[in-house]
Design a protein around this ligand. Sequence first.
Ligand SMILES: CC(C)(COP(=O)(O)OP(=O)(O)OC[C@H]1O[C@@H](n2cnc3c(N)ncnc32)[C@H](O)[C@@H]1OP(=O)(O)O)[C@@H](O)C(=O)NCCC(=O)NCCS
Length: 388
Amino acid sequence: MAEGAKGLAGVAVADTALSYIDGEAGRLFYRGYDIHPLAEKGSFAEALYLLWYGELPTRLKLTVFEGLLARERRLPDELLGVLRQLPSEATPMSALRTTVSVLGELDPDAGDNSREANLRKAGRLVAMLPAAVAAHHRLRRGEAPLAPDPDLGPAADFLRMLTGETAGDTAAEALDTSLLLYLDHGFNASTFACRVVASTLADMHAALTAGVAALSGPLHGGANEHAMRMLEQIGSIDAVDGYLERELAAGRKIMGFGHRVYRTEDPRSTHLREMARRLGERSGDESWYELSRAVEAAMRERKGLYCNVDFYCATVYRHLGIPLDLFTPLFALGRTGGWAAHVMEQHEDNRLIRPRANYTGIVDRPYVLIERRDERGPTTDSEPDPEI
Ligand SMILES: CC(C)(COP(=O)(O)OP(=O)(O)OC[C@H]1O[C@@H](n2cnc3c(N)ncnc32)[C@H](O)[C@@H]1OP(=O)(O)O)[C@@H](O)C(=O)NCCC(=O)NCCS
């Protein structure tokens, strides 16, 4: 294996014109547009339009696009039936993975990889998945799922379907911006998983099922949930140093810190930090923000590491009242738009993604007939014990 290629670090696997990360300068671009003005002035739907169609929408085009998505939010009864049957201990991420798979069974464009069909499927997925996350959450609490309200924006409607209450503008805007910031990010692990599946000419739903699965791990999307669990465990600013001392000495990773590509501040965390500060200020409880600042400063001092997108997102979602195990599904709801864009890009100029492995085993061993094998010969730890 080429030096430094472990985990495919530094290897460019395919072309993309969707998002560009300048890891040295700490900049992120969607279709060439800097993330900062998009996050400050734009919306999730606007960034999604940009990613899927290549240009910023006019007001009319955006209104039509938002209307199309809003009308697709209603969940098929078959899916609600499956969600009702999931075991009570099913995690929201596994419910989401199952949801994408079930929607693939029901989609009228299933198996059609044309751009038009992919856009229709992508629209349904972006519209329905928030409703499905909310429905699964209510069902596991013994509550009836709520029907979508197409007159509300996507973030406001998600919060209403989740809690049954009308969300304030600040909460809906904060959630919408977080989804925009999660939308796309080069060849991260889940996007790469989607592209590998799409490159076999498997369809949109197959690829996105793999994307949700890849996102569920703690080194990727799971980090926002684990970052909040860590803040809860630390509990107070006084305890930060002791906690980091213990965890780092034990060789454990601090969730929400470090990045494969950024060598400076992750530009998404600039917005999420400010959102966390403002939400804390509004709520009159700035303790999560202040604790986060203390952890951030201590990590810079001890390890020279910057926080990533997931660290301050944890505090933002906490202030929005999102249950902890829905943090990663929310990341998935934002990234769905990016995954879908990558599937389209892959299908439109496809070549099977099939890297080589660096074989480290023995080559050309002589085959020994079974009756000639020594029972006392070499065994490995994981082989079943013949005495049992
Ligand atoms: C994101 C991540 C997987 C990137 O991994 P990577 O590019 O393979 O980087 P490495 O794990 O090789 O880390 C490089 C060095 O930084 C250290 N490091 C990286 N992230 C760290 C963290 N979160 N806590 C403590 N040390 C960390 C590693 O221990 C390693 O140190 P060493 O060279 O002394 O061994 C990694 O930083 C991580 O596990 N972070 C925590 C999980 C997380 O927040 N994920 C969300 C990503 S958006």
